[in-house]
Design a protein around this ligand. Sequence first.
Ligand code: NCD
Length: 316
Amino acid sequence: MRHLLSISDLSAHDAIVILDTAAELERVSDGQVKKLPTLRGRTIVNLFAEDSTRTRISFEAAAKRLSADVINFSAKGSSISKGESLKDTAMTLQAMGADAVVIRHSASGAPQRLADSQWMTGSVINAGDGTHEHPSQALLDAFTIRKHLGKGGSNLAGIKVAIVGDVLHSRVARSNVLLLTLLGAHVTLVAPPTLLPVGVESWPVNISYNFDDVVAGVDVVMMLRVQQERMSDLFFPNAREYSRYFGLNLQRLAKMQPHAIIMHPGPMNRGLEIAAEVADSARSVIVEQVANGVSVRMAILYVLLAGAPLESESKL
Ligand code: NCD
């Protein structure tokens, strides 16, 4: 495997190799020596044409822990904000000898375009493209779920996950639906009808418009950010109404099973999709998701740039 563009490129075996590698790398990072020499002399470019906190610093930390050289490059302050095309940017990266480009872009399909082009020869890793996919986030979410609820096996067979909120604009939801179902979990999407995408009936999920019906029966409640920056119309009457029907508050937390966990990819709108007390509660694994992100992104870089070939390679 050379690129990570979409979860649909992975077999269950591929995903498990990445998750197992992440577990192995986490053990190393917990030890005295945080840094491995694996990617010494390799250059990884973080090309972020859309805002990011967690994903960008997490990929940077991951690359540095594997001893790669990292170049950070964001739209603000670069020629992308002067309207430079993806092609010209890519050719610049190629000229600088980038072995991998981690790209976040507001256009769905931009990472694929880069990977399909002759503009550069390195690996392309999708760090979130428009409303399409965010595969590294799904992998870190699966890693976090497995750590808390995995029953010793490597997959997520039978685990029940509710993904709640703005599914329409969420690349996190798309990648998670693909990966969690690939690994055997059962996914229920909970959202107002206006925040579900056209064609969602064909996704391998259950759909509910009633959070209270679902919250008591699941092992994982994954909240999504209301993505106001992607909303040109009004998708719900007002914030108070949204919180009342689709927010995770203390009343709903009280209905959850004792072992169930709360997730959110960040950044959170505290008080809108999740109450502050819930985000900070003992059941929340939101901060841990961020920490796990570093191990999982180390594993992605490791597998793409240094590791053994994955199963999907033989399928090509
Ligand atoms: C997500 C993203 O950018 O898609 N955040 C993240 O990567 N941690 C989710 C979001 O912005 O709501």
